[in-house]
Design a protein around this ligand. Structure first.
Ligand SMILES: Cc1cc2nc3c(=O)[nH]c(=O)nc-3n(C[C@H](O)[C@H](O)[C@H](O)COP(=O)(O)O)c2cc1C
Length: 217
């Protein structure tokens, strides 16, 4: 799908058609979208949980209780649900692991390129860890960048989605032992196909005027 068409087609789906499921092929493409997102210095500080079973979706929906119960049906009725989580720390070992992967993927003709890439990446991470003291915030920005490319990607596949921050992230972290694994959740995306009764589907898209938000110089 052409990008503007895809961005107009997509909308935050408030009611999913429970009878329609994503194909196995689409699920594989969805995982590829999550993997292929860019990130600053290719740091990839993320982890994803893809829930496709009733049991898996119920586990995600445990974070949509009380004040967040308005999001529960969007999780339970979806075909698949993706939990986006952010790394809580970035160790030197993790940075070396990224560089090893890049090496394996054939990005370094010479060993000194590998060493230089590692040093540059470490410099950026240390800047955020020690000088700006915003490592977690910086990492989460990378996860949200992934979210943006993901939402466009699924729209191009003709798959409906809703991103959700309205969840109890602490409950989600506990349910999936995310903190013990070195991650914390920040946003969840439900995927599937819009129900014919979704009130939000026929509403026109509303955005601030281009003249207000864009300055061309
Ligand atoms: C990061 C993020 C969090 C959101 N959280 C929720 C949510 O918890 N529940 C919900 O129904 N919609 C949620 N939305 C949907 C927004 O309200 C929606 O994207 C916005 O109103 C623009 O409408 P559109 O997505 O239909 O174009 C969220 C959107 C984003 C990008």
């Amino acid at each position: 799908m052409e990008p503007i068409k895809a961005l107009n087609y997509r909308y935050s789906t408030k009611e999913f058609d429970q009878t329609r499921k994503l194909s196995e092929e689409d699920l594989q493409t969805i995982k590829k979208l999550l993997q292929l997102s860019p990130s600053s210095v290719n740091v990839q500080p993320w982890h994803f949980i893809v829930a496709t079973t009733e049991e898996g979706k119920k586990r995600v929906a445990s974070a949509a209780q009380g004040d967040f119960s308005f999001n529960e049906p969007k999780i339970l009725d979806a075909s698949a649900v993706v939990v986006f989580s952010t790394k809580t720390d970035i160790s030197d070992d993790f940075l070396l692991h990224i560089t090893d992967q890049e090496d394996q993927d054939g990005r370094f003709a010479e060993d000194q390129h590998k060493k230089g890439t590692h040093a540059a990446r470490q410099m950026f991470v240390d800047l955020h860890k020690y000088d700006f003291k915003d490592l977690q915030h910086w990492s989460e920005k990378q996860v949200y960048l992934n979210l943006g490319s993901f939402l466009l990607g699924v729209a191009e596949l003709g798959i409906d989605a809703v991103p959700m921050e309205g969840l109890d992230m602490k409950a989600l972290d506990t349910e999936f032992n995310l903190r013990e694994k070195g991650f914390t959740s920040c946003v969840v995306v439900s995927l599937g196909y819009r129900a014919s009764t979704d009130f939000n589907a026929p509403l026109p898209k509303s955005r601030l005027n281009k003249a207000e938000i864009i300055e061309q110089v």
